[in-house]
Design a protein around this ligand. Sequence first.
Ligand SMILES: NC(=O)c1ccc[n+]([C@@H]2O[C@H](COP(=O)([O-])OP(=O)(O)OC[C@H]3O[C@@H](n4cnc5c(N)ncnc54)[C@H](O)[C@@H]3O)[C@@H](O)[C@H]2O)c1
Length: 270
Amino acid sequence: MAYNLLKGKKGIVFGALNEQSIAWKVAQRSVAEGAAIVLTNAPIALRMGELNKLAEECNAPVISADVTSNDEVKNLFTKTLEHFNGGVDFILHAPAMSINVRKGLHYTKNNYEFTHKGLDISALSLHRVLQTAMELDAINEWGSVAALTYIAAQRIFPDYNDMGDNKAMLESIARNWGYHYGVKKHVRVNTISQSPTRTTAGSGVKGFDGFINYAEKMSPLGNATSDQCADYAVTLFSDLTRMVTMQNLFHDGGFSFTGVTQAVIEQMEK
Ligand SMILES: NC(=O)c1ccc[n+]([C@@H]2O[C@H](COP(=O)([O-])OP(=O)(O)OC[C@H]3O[C@@H](n4cnc5c(N)ncnc54)[C@H](O)[C@@H]3O)[C@@H](O)[C@H]2O)c1
């Protein structure tokens, strides 16, 4: 069901790779709520070709940008400003990657080249995006920025590896920009801490099946799906949440505040 919550709004959606991507659902849901969007991803992701399907469905241009490149991020905003003939009202930040995770390097044996790269893609990119946006005055008054994160920023999930550090920094960068962009232009910046979700990035984490099932059992409402995450993101982009900023917002079916559930106790007693 659509409510026209984003009627007349314009946005940029980062990180839609394929139909499983959380950003893919956010793009679809934003357009269903009346928004016009620009889609962006790294050049290598565009070469996979899947994004064209979404672009057609959403009637959205695709502008490639590797989020680790100042020039490419600047080019993205310049072209977006031209396309919309003005600034945007919302941004979804969803790029993330850990090469240490990909290569299966244990947290105690990380390769720091990989660590730097992962930090740049997964956390500093939010800083780069917002710094560039501010320089080009690319976000409208009362705009909204949401970045996707995971509870491994606060608690240890051993196989989440250096992504836990990346997410902790991402959340801190969101808070800092929430202050600076709020003061300057009433732009709000939040992070959505989503349940484990079966996507390309999610499934790359060792033991993913185990911890998605554990999270399901540890959440009174069960795990939140990517479609439900998109619903939540749309509310944050809408005018109904104008005073919510600098928050890490758990979208996890109650996982974050549950000590233990009956289902887990029963499992442990077996
Ligand atoms: N899947 C989960 O369990 C889960 C849970 C909580 C939070 N998240 C977060 O949600 C976000 C989206 O991830 P997803 O699970 O939908 O997986 P995904 O693999 O579909 O999305 C990750 C995206 O990052 C993009 N990316 C990687 N390097 C990039 C670069 N250099 N420049 C630009 N883009 C780049 C990829 O192309 C891809 O589109 C991530 O921040 C992820 O950490 C995921």
